[in-house]
Design a protein around this ligand. Structure first.
Ligand SMILES: Nc1ncnc2c1ncn2[C@@H]1O[C@H](COP(=O)(O)OP(=O)(O)OP(=O)(O)O)[C@@H](O)[C@H]1O
Length: 744
């Protein structure tokens, strides 16, 4: 370790029992807040058999109680510490006690694909059966279960919602377990509302909601408020009807205890740059904590770009470390590092790499967004580093848009993050914020349904036959302004008609595609514009992003290389150029290195493009439509994008550098510095007045200002030509919708 490097990574930690360091010493000195055990044997490994392991989990003591309560209550809310055994054990208890005897299944939902597979695999391992037989899973584009044999089916929330489209009463299940309900994603809330509705028709259906950190009283109030008139399933016996009617509504039970202790440490001062603090802390752990016992590190960071930055810095460190260890003759004396990213748009196989066994003499560092926050057990994780921030979308109804914003996390998130350690052995959580900040944190995040764009949720409810969305029983009702905006958006996109019914030509098809309604519309309309091949690539790229690699110390070089693909039409067409060139490459890695492109993102884009293409082909199977290409003609592509993104149009203000939307908001918008347009304009040394007059954006990002990203330059006349109905009839439409929904 060179002198210089040592200096950059000499954070001191306040160890239990030692003298507290003076506060002013360093902003990244860490302060131990609490511990669940005083004399923690950090390297206590479990050599228990799976049977012993199951018996030792805190939830095991509650097995009989849970089964007893499920006989008496239709909804159970089970609160237990992270790692206490809720996800892996509850479905097994139900299976063992005969809840699948009548041939029906136990369903368990997870918010994410990665947790779905891991959980199903773990339950199968514990039961010593092959995954896909008694225990199966379902994620988008992947069904691993056997009809007639599978008894426990783990699936993503999104897939259970889709199942409701063809089995509205979910008749193949006896029990549905909504795991990690505290995440309160829009899909969790839609499911909770729909399951409450189903329970009115199916008195026999049991619902279990589990979490370590959830506002359980609020949920109980929601499930206890059941209407008195109850219709029964037709083929229920008289005896069963009576039994079912005697059932109570909802019960909250707590599971005390956790698997292994986790010591929590806080910085004594706020850290000025959490990416740097995270890298320093990783290095410090790697150099100071017992090495032979391994002990991997999981870092929580707010967004994908920060993950990429930290990974790069850690790779630099790993290279230096490697050079310094060259003198060690025996290779097994060298300390190696494996550094892995984990974020939602990462290729799925790359996500699963985090579960691979860490080789001997190696430490694994995983740098993740909040995708890893709940449910996951990454077996060797001993150290968690929590930056204290999360990147979330917040909908602003006044302004009419969703803005991506970085916010402090909540206490619930902090507990979940720390809870990724202490699962198979005791652990430590390093929080890169002072204990006082933790005290100030909100307990729970606002449910997504109250803070996000609801267009997709409303479209999904409509597709499920829920006509009057305003009357739908949401666990936390969304603000009526947000609902009105969503209805307006769907009307403008022609997904619903004036009576607010799903349109048969477009709306029904849009609901079938796993995309935001505007993206789904663009994809379907591309068939008319004759540019489906181009639009498939563009829409796929919008789900992944980060195609261009631009490290801070090589920005100039990167910009020069990227300019090979740049075009005046903006980011989406530029990315299209990259994807087209990438597809032609025999040696993709070399191509990406040469032009500083992100190989993983490009591969993932092609993967998503293929699956979207399959979905689209299924939709148009009857019409014999061809998925055509517009070749080098970019105009059909631009017009098609305008036809879906017209609500996101902005015009240049008189000042010549800020933009405003056409919707009458005074909010100033700026072109994001990462946009290709910024690079082209600065290269040409243009004056501000040469900024394009009219643009479409895909996303808004809040930092010092509100920035528009993923920009496309369009002809303003197209807006009136293509979306005249939206811009000319705004007031009339609002009146019609206001009437039909009786909204404030
Ligand atoms: N894939 C795995 N490999 C090794 N051990 C595992 C795995 N999955 C679970 N475990 C063990 O089972 C325990 C219980 O895990 P489980 O996921 O059921 O807990 P939980 O209460 O649902 O936690 P959380 O609320 O964090 O999801 C873990 O603490 C860990 O010891």
């Amino acid at each position: 370790m060179s002198q210089n490097q040592s200096k950059s990574t000499t954070n001191k930690y306040w160890k239990p029992g030692s003298t507290r360091p003076p506060r002013q010493q360093s902003s990244s000195i860490v302060d131990r807040q609490d511990s669940t055990s005083e004399n923690v044997d950090l390297y206590q490994h479990s050599s228990m058999s799976i049977v012993q392991h199951r018996r030792h989990l805190p939830i095991a003591a509650y097995r009989t109680h849970i089964l007893h309560l499920l006989e008496k209550y239709r909804t159970l809310i089970i609160i237990g510490e992270t790692g206490s055994g809720k996800s892996t054990q509850i479905p097994q208890y139900l299976l063992e006690s005969g809840w699948t005897r009548n041939g029906k299944l136990i369903c368990m939902t997870e918010p994410r694909r990665i947790a779905t597979i891991q959980l199903a695999q773990r339950i199968a391992d514990e039961k010593d059966v092959v995954l896909g037989k008694e225990i199966g899973y379902r994620i988008r584009f992947e069904d691993v279960y056997s009809s007639g044999l599978t008894q426990i089916l783990v699936m993503t929330e999104g897939l259970l919602l889709r199942e409701l489209m063809y089995d509205p009463l979910l008749t193949r299940y006896n029990v549905i377990i909504i795991d990690e309900a505290h995440e309160r994603s829009i899909q969790t809330d839609l499911l909770l509302g729909l399951l409450k509705k189903i329970q009115r028709r199916r008195r026999d259906l049991r619902l279990i909601i589990t979490s370590a950190t959830i506002d359980s009283e609020r949920l109980r109030a929601f499930f206890e408020h059941q209407p008195t008139s109850i219709s029964k399933t037709e083929n229920q016996s008289e005896e069963n009807k009576n039994e079912d009617e005697k059932l109570n509504e909802c019960f909250i039970m707590s599971v005390e205890g956790r698997s292994y202790p986790v010591e929590i440490y806080h910085t004594t001062e706020p850290v000025p740059d959490y990416c740097k603090a995270c890298v320093d802390t990783c290095i410090q752990i790697h150099e100071n904590e017992k090495y032979n016992e391994q002990g991997d590190i999981l870092c929580f960071i707010s967004g994908q770009d920060d993950v990429v930055r930290i990974i790069r810095d850690l790779h630099d460190y790993a290279r230096r470390l490697n050079d310094e260890q060259q003198h060690l003759k025996r290779k097994d004396e060298r300390k190696k590092l494996i550094i892995l990213p984990l974020y939602a748009s990462l290729k799925f196989l790359d996500q699963m790499k985090v579960f691979e066994k860490t080789p001997i003499n190696t430490r694994k560092i995983i740098v993740a967004t909040n995708i890893a926050e709940t449910s996951l057990t990454i077996p060797n994780i001993v150290y968690v580093i929590d930056c204290g921030y999360v990147r979330l979308k917040l909908f602003n109804p006044e302004f009419g848009f969703e803005v991506l914003t970085t916010l402090p996390i909540t206490c619930s998130s902090a507990l979940q993050r720390a809870g990724r350690a202490g699962r198979v052995r005791s652990g430590k959580a390093y929080r890169l914020y002072p204990a006082a900040e933790y005290e100030k944190m909100k307990e729970f995040q606002l449910p997504e349904i109250q803070r996000c764009d609801l267009a997709l949720a409303v479209l999904q409810l409509k597709a499920l036959g829920i006509h009057n969305i305003v009357r739908f029983d949401f666990p936390s009702p969304p603000p009526s302004k947000n609902l009105l905006q969503a209805i307006e958006c769907l009307y403008a996109l022609r997904a619903i008609d004036q009576q607010s019914h799903l349109t048969s030509d477009l709306g029904m098809k849009m609901a079938e595609l796993p995309l935001h309604p505007a993206h789904a519309r663009v994809l379907i309309l591309s068939l008319e514009y004759g540019c489906t091949q181009e639009i498939l690539k563009i829409i796929a790229s919008l789900q992944v992003k980060h195609v261009f690699h631009s490290p801070p110390n090589e920005k100039m070089r990167a910009a020069k290389l990227h300019s090979n693909f740049a075009c005046q039409e903006g980011d989406l067409i530029t990315v299209l150029n990259v994807i087209k060139a990438f597809e032609q490459q025999m040696m993709p890695q070399q191509f990406c290195d040469k032009y500083m492109l992100n190989l993983k993102s490009l591969k993932r884009i092609l993967e998503i493009k293929d699956s979207l293409e399959k979905s689209l082909r299924r939709l148009i199977a009857k019409n014999n439509k061809i998925l055509s290409s517009s070749g080098d003609d970019v105009i059909p592509v631009l017009k098609c994008l305008t036809d879906g993104f017209f609500m996101n149009a902005a015009q240049l203000s008189i000042d010549g550098y800020t933009y405003r939307t056409f919707r009458g908001s005074l909010q100033e918008l700026y072109i994001h510095p990462s946009c290709i347009l910024s690079a082209i304009l600065s290269k040409q040394d243009t004056t501000q007045s040469q900024l394009p007059k009219t643009i479409l954006f895909n996303e808004l990002i809040q930092s010092s200002k509100i920035f528009m990203s993923d920009i496309t330059v369009i002809d303003p006349n197209w807006l009136y030509e293509i979306a005249g109905h939206y811009y000319e009839q705004l007031s009339t439409r609002q009146w019609i919708l206001k009437e039909s929904y009786d909204l404030e």
